[in-house]
Design a protein around this ligand. Structure first.
Ligand SMILES: [Zn+2]
Ligand SMILES: [Zn+2]
Length: 386
């Protein structure tokens, strides 16, 4: 039996090595691109099929209109077919078979579940779900948005999509997308309590919700960034809280995926703190939804491996170089640039650092944060104060 586990491990190693292979062995015609896109499409197709089959457990209610759309099953079918064709192409073209084989197995698994014609199979409702469909939509949309622009306008040209520790960060991405409902529920719990006990704010809420949409949106950005600033600064100041936040700072490469690395408890607390002002002051739901979407994209953007000094623009809005300094290994960047939208907040509270044209030499923390999701989940509780 031990041999089975061993084989799985070495297969995983082969797959990772193949994904990370140097540019010479992944040029056009080498079967690398077809293998890569076969895997991405196979995973997306599998997630959609699972979401259609077990809607209660794996589908995100906000994506209901997507599932109900008549073209959706045709689209899922096309995704699976394309993944199948690409995996065959990769298997034919490429001497190393790990990528093609992985994609093929995932496509087959999706087909066994019922493929695009899958019928709902579920008699119970857990009341909790894991948004597999949200992960698929999110991964493809953000990947399509950021992977090409990081390639065209890179800050560090030699850094690749499959840089060190990419699989850890992708796993963080998977967990936070899949647990989107759990995270939202936990994060909104305190807001419900606050709302129930602050009925005297009724007039203020009515006034806020009658403001023009754009004014509400701008106000929401300022208020949440203020809340986020002090939350973030506290996590840098109090040693026990730093144990959680050190996980986010342990990323040694900065790109759109690196922003996903965040301790589960910090995500929940952060969402709770930033949604408090939004709910308490009665912003329109559409303002809150737009804000959540913006924050999702914006946090990928500020971590992205994108060049551009933006000496002037960076005074008014947070640009990648501003947040890169927050992650710097240089002492000058320590405990600076806590804001995520407006650098002026750092100016007001004396934590602003944005020297013209300069970039950090590297990213990370001084302490040894262990590798891997579970070890990092435990880290704040086993970490020795340094
Ligand atoms: Zn920080
Ligand atoms: Zn960050």
């Amino acid at each position: 039996m031990w041999g089975h586990n061993h084989d799985m491990k070495s297969f995983r190693k082969q797959l990772v090595a193949d994904l990370e292979s140097p540019p010479q062995v992944r040029r056009v015609g080498s079967g690398w691109l077809s293998g890569f896109f076969a895997i991405v499409l196979a995973i997306a197709g599998f997630c959609f099929v699972a979401a259609l089959r077990w809607q209660m457990s794996f589908a995100t209610p906000e994506l209901d209109p997507l599932h109900g759309w008549t073209g959706f099953r045709v689209l899922v079918h096309a995704i699976l077919l394309l993944a199948y064709a690409l995996s065959l192409a990769s298997l034919l073209l490429r001497p190393r078979k790990a990528m093609g084989a992985t994609a093929l197995v995932i496509v087959l698994a999706a087909t066994i579940l019922g493929g695009a014609n899958v019928q709902p199979r579920e008699s119970h409702d857990w009341g909790i779900f894991f948004g597999l469909d949200f992960f698929a939509v999110n991964m493809i949309a953000t990947g399509l948005m950021f992977a090409p622009i990081e390639r065209i306008f890179p800050h560090l040209r030699q850094q690749r999509l499959f840089r060190p520790e990419w699989s850890e960060d992708l796993f963080y991405y998977l967990i936070s997308s899949m647990l989107v409902q759990v995270i939202t529920f936990l994060a909104l719990a305190p807001s419900g309590y606050v709302n129930a006990h602050t009925s005297w704010l009724g007039e203020l809420r009515a006034a806020v919700s009658s403001l023009p949409w754009l004014v509400q949106f701008a106000l929401a950005m300022v208020l949440t960034d203020l809340a986020q600033y002090w939350f973030h600064r506290l996590f840098h100041t109090i040693p026990f809280l730093w144990g959680f936040h050190a996980v986010h700072h342990s990323a040694k490469s900065m790109d759109w995926l690196a922003g996903a690395r965040m301790h589960f408890i910090e995500i929940v607390a952060l969402r709770g703190v930033t949604s408090l002002p939004l709910l308490t002051f009665g912003f329109l739901p559409s303002v809150m939804q737009a804000y959540v979407a913006l924050v999702y994209i914006y946090s990928s953007l500020v971590h992205a491996n994108l060049r551009g000094d933006f000496n002037r623009l960076g005074r008014f809005v947070v640009v990648p170089r501003f947040h890169h300094w927050h992650h710097a290994i240089e002492k000058e960047g320590y405990d600076k640039n806590f804001a995520i939208h407006f650098p002026v907040i750092d100016r007001i509270f004396g934590t602003h650092y944005f020297p013209d044209n300069a970039w950090p030499k590297g990213y990370g923390v001084e302490e040894d944060v262990p590798r891997g999701y579970l070890a990092q989940l435990r880290y704040p509780f086993v970490r020795k104060a340094q």
